[in-house]
Write a protein that binds this ligand. Structure first.
Ligand SMILES: Cc1ncc(COP(=O)(O)O)c(C=O)c1O
Length: 403
């Protein structure tokens, strides 16, 4: 038995890189969470777009339990059945022929960027190393991924960065054209920018970038860590745009809450790799992949995918009711259940206030930057939970607005 802990302990023992809420969640079921005092919260945050099937989904619990009694870890010196099964599911349902498993979004992206460079250098020429990427993008916290990401607050202060990375404005095809050349190895983007404020790529932009990549033999890399795995209403968001990337990364909802990530690519691009070029100890471990297989089967079903737009509509209906009263939001952003509500200029820089006060009223929400509230609930959250959570959120809004 571990001793009972308190939130104060966080400030003494954890590296101060987070500022978590004052309560400690101890139990979750579906879209509800309970704290140490038994207080119940409605979860519209979903672990930042991770708990796509809510907390402790019975089929995921069963898959984890069954696998936990069979085989936990063998390393990549040996393969395992759940990893092969999950790879096959990903291949059968996407553009990809090959999968590399890792443990987090950052690691999947690190693998993707290394692969893009390696492919260009070995298949084309050693100077084809330029990566074109976008302001406000987010790809993880390793040094390569913060460098490709377009937010200085995450990448600066750590000394010299990996070279030959160029940032341009998102959705601006002319800006991409201006820097694109035969030395470009890849264009990297999130089809819906998550952390950067929930901006969706326009179809013309994605189409244009695809054509530019073809023209210059550059790879198109989609980071679908946040917007993938059903979150926007299709298995992957690229499937709504009628184009294919060359490399795609997936994480978060892929394990439904169990850490796992994947990088997907084609046979042609994968052909430059060989044993030893890249790797990880835990990537593709049986526990994560067994849960991933079950999560995949549930998410990749018409019931779950078709329900996403219906739930988005209910969220927006309820947000509009709040808006009628408080004139809080300027526009709704993102896609599906990667939903953003941009605050009116009057409330700019206040997004965090709303989420802090929301916890007082027992609802968990997120922000995406200082001006956008973000809702990334379970894809199977019930209508009643949405309504109840929005009633609680409305009370939080009233408190912030009248403060
Ligand atoms: C689009 C995107 N890429 C990469 C990451 C990094 O994932 P992780 O925190 O699992 O390393 C995130 C995390 O928020 C993300 O939203």
């Amino acid at each position: 038995m571990q001793p009972k802990t308190s939130r104060e302990l966080f400030d003494k023992v954890i590296l101060p890189v987070y500022a978590p809420a004052q309560f400690i969640p101890v139990k979750g079921q579906g879209s509800r969470v309970w704290d140490q005092d038994g207080e119940e919260y409605i979860d519209f945050a979903g672990g930042i777009a991770v708990n796509a099937l809510g907390h402790c989904h019975p089929r995921l619990v069963k898959a984890l339990h069954e696998q936990s009694e069979k085989l936990w870890h063998v390393s990549n010196v040996f393969t395992n059945e759940p990893a092969l099964n999950l790879a096959q599911k990903l291949i059968d349902n996407t553009f990809a022929d090959r999968v590399f498993f890792a443990n987090s979004g950052a690691e999947a992206n690190e693998a993707a960027f290394k692969l893009a460079r390696y492919y260009a250098i070995h298949k084309r020429n050693p100077y084809k190393t330029k990566i074109i990427t976008f302001y406000q993008s987010f790809h993880g916290r390793t040094f390569f991924t913060v460098s490709v990401g377009g937010q200085a607050k995450y990448s600066d202060g750590f000394g010299p960065k990996p070279a030959d990375i160029i940032h341009v404005p998102f959705n601006d095809l002319n800006a991409v054209k201006a820097v694109m050349d035969d030395h470009t190895c890849a264009v990297v983007l999130e089809p819906v920018q998550g952390e950067g404020g929930l901006t969706s790529a326009t179809p013309e932009f994605l189409q244009g970038v695809r054509e530019l990549c073809n023209e210059h033999q550059a790879l198109l890399v989609f980071d679908e860590v946040q917007c993938g795995m059903g979150r926007t209403g299709s298995l992957y968001t690229y499937q709504q745009y009628n184009i294919k990337p060359d490399i795609l990364t997936s994480a978060k909802a892929l394990g439904g809450g169990f850490p796992i990530s994947a990088m997907l690519t084609t046979n042609e691009i994968a052909s430059v790799m060989h044993p030893g070029v890249h790797g990880t100890t835990y990537g593709g471990n049986p526990l994560a992949c067994a849960v991933g297989c079950e999560a995949f089967d549930i998410i990749n079903s018409p019931e779950v995918l078709d329900g996403v737009q219906k739930r988005r509509a209910l969220f927006i209906e309820k947000l509009e009711e709040i808006n009628d009263q408080f004139k809080l939001f300027r526009e709704y952003r993102g896609k599906g259940l990667l939903l953003g509500a941009e605050l009116q200029p009057k409330f700019h820089n206040k997004a965090r206030d709303f989420l802090n006060v929301a916890t007082e009223f027992k609802v968990m929400i997120l922000n995406a930057g200082p001006n956008v509230l973000r809702f990334t609930p379970s894809l199977i959250i019930s209508d009643d939970e949405i309504k109840e959570g929005m009633l609680r959120f409305a009370k939080a809004v009233e408190k912030v607005v009248n403060a």
